[in-house]
Design a protein. Sequence first.
Lengths: 183, 263
Amino acid sequence: MNESHTAPSIHNWRDWVGLVARLVPGIVFLYAGITKITNIPLFVQNIRAYQLLPELWMSDILAYILPVVEIVAALLLIAGLLTRGAAAVTLMMLVVFIGGIAWVWSQGISIDCGCFGTGGEVSAEDTQYPLKIAENLGMSALCVWLLVRPRSLFSLDHTLLGGGVPVSGDALTDDDFDDDPDH
Amino acid sequence: MANNAGPSRREAMRLKAEAEEARAKRNSRILWISLGAVAVVVVVILALVITQTLAKNGPSADQQTPPNATEKFGIELKTKDVEPAADAAHLVIWEDYQCPACAAREEAFGSVVKQLVDEGKITVEIRTAHFLDPLLRNDSSERAALAAAAADEVGKFREFHETVYKDQPEEGVGYTDQQLRVDFPTEAGITGADLTKFQELYDGKAFADFVKSANDQFTRDGISGTPTYMVGENKLEFADASNQPLIQPTPEDMLRAINEANN
């Protein structure tokens, strides 16, 4: 039967996976976005340090756009509203981040400022690149799950829109008629 | 049986029409929520840009360049007595006024570098970034750089530069306006009409564009930290991986290291 016309259920393990797939990237992105948006000049500098964009003003613009998109997408994911769209946007950001980390890693770029009494040790940071990429790949997998199956527990999508996002015109099936008491 | 087909089919069509209508309603709701989300993103970005722009006091329209400015937004240390030798190596020093390592380097090598400049053996320019400001959540590096450029305008860059590092507070404390526009210039020997001029330039942020350009150049050149001493494309290494010094703080050894890097 077509499950898009039944409510997400706590007895369906896939609806639980959907909830986890919303909350994990949602909370991570909300935190990351808030960290960035409260110190935009620092984020400008960090993006500049990636030396990925040809012009500095492009980094500056991105530093304003990215945290806002992160936070809005995260809130949508956490609320379970426009789940599929929010997952798509989040996945795009994750892909860009993975590319960025791989780029910095391959170029050996690192800001060591000689500050905070650490002497700007770089090698310790090197070991974090694989971990960062693994984290982002994990969250990407969760987003892909939501793209394929946006249904999940406790979502506003279900409350406001009543069910999953329509994929095609096959919403009406025999099951619907079977439920009809007049039949 | 045959007349059962009629109402049943009509019933089916009615259900289908209702479902179509429900789906259309849902789609329009999705559309509106999506537009709402996009609108929120746009409004917040605009609000951010506006508040960040307003947070910075606008620099005066009359933007200036310090007299000893170099092409790549450094400030040249002038020789006191002699003209530099024709084949003198050129040293570029990248600094940030809040960087403790810069203060330590200045303490150890500052007098050595200046002696070599005054003997005409090398030429030196100091380029100032302010990348520590966002990390330390203040604007002290940038303001100190503005003040240093103003000091160059009244011929006291070298003295002002020394004073800032000598009186550098613990990292993160930052510089007060009182220090930058009264205490430090006075200590650096800027007095009377020069002090008034210095303060006008500092208060009006007359060198804001110059200081920003230097900070941008820091990124463009891919300098990863401060202090960084560059001779051409070569970075001077002051210590090896196990922290053993590679350059002694004597004029002879410093000159040797600079000339080696120059070749």
